[in-house]
Design a protein around this ligand. Structure first.
Ligand code: ZN
Length: 221
């Protein structure tokens, strides 16, 4: 995938903030029965999820992947949101996603260099104090995992514990989130949330950080 270099980004500690309430959470409709029951157990236990994916973000990712599924083309984009902690646990919130025109095949995808202005515009227009919490891409018919190239992308761009790699397979109707772990990666648990239930999201805050993203082309799986 494209490989933005994030420049001019100042490090700041993760803020302590309560995650979206369990009343607004749901499992993704494409979760397997096993993952669905793990989701329910986590809600019942009161433990937090690793990733909270807003309904609007989820719908954009799914419709993007589904749209190109008949031609078996991969899609991708960035996940925008926040990284926080709650009672010693780190988690990520994906509030929105942004993408632009892509050049893709069934096994490779990258941003179309001519489409960068739209991508930057999308990042600027997201309307909240965002950070890049990760990226999404599709594996049409290939199931959900991180390939060697995906791992290179993750290691070079998204190597913090809160960084998310979301992979969606619109043919097999599967979706998973991953993060780096030691020399490899691990699946994480995510929930879809309805921002209407999320009071924190409705609190307007000044934008405290801006990202400058300079994508560098690299083919990816
Ligand atoms: Zn991949």
């Amino acid at each position: 995938m494209a490989r933005p270099k994030i420049v001019g980004e100042t490090k700041r500690p993760l803020g302590e903030k309560e995650p979206p309430p369990s009343s607004g959470l749901g499992p993704h409709p494409w979760l397997s029965e096993q993952s669905r029951s793990a989701h329910q157990q986590r809600v019942r236990s009161g433990a937090i999820f690793d990733v909270y994916l807003s309904r609007v973000g989820e719908e954009k990712i799914r419709s993007h992947a589904v749209k190109e599924a008949p031609r078996r083309l991969e899609v991708m984009g960035f996940l925008l949101g926040e990284a926080c902690t709650w009672k010693g646990e780190a988690y990520s919130v994906v509030r929105d996603v942004v993408t632009t025109e892509l050049r893709s095949s069934s096994s490779k995808v990258r941003f179309d260099p001519k489409a960068f202005p739209k991508l930057f515009h999308g990042l600027d227009d997201s309307g909240f104090d965002y950070i890049l919490v990760g990226w999404y891409h599709s594996h049409p018919g290939h199931t959900c995992f991180l390939s060697g190239t995906d791992m290179e992308t993750q290691r070079s761009m998204f190597n913090q514990p809160y960084h998310v790699a979301l992979v969606i397979d619109p043919i097999n109707r599967d979706i998973k989130t991953f993060r780096l772990r030691d020399d490899g990666y691990e699946e994480t648990m995510f929930a879809v949330f309805d921002p209407l239930h999320d009071v924190a999201a409705n609190t307007k805050g000044a934008r405290t950080r801006r990202l400058k993203v300079t994508p560098v082309m690299q083919p990816g799986h």
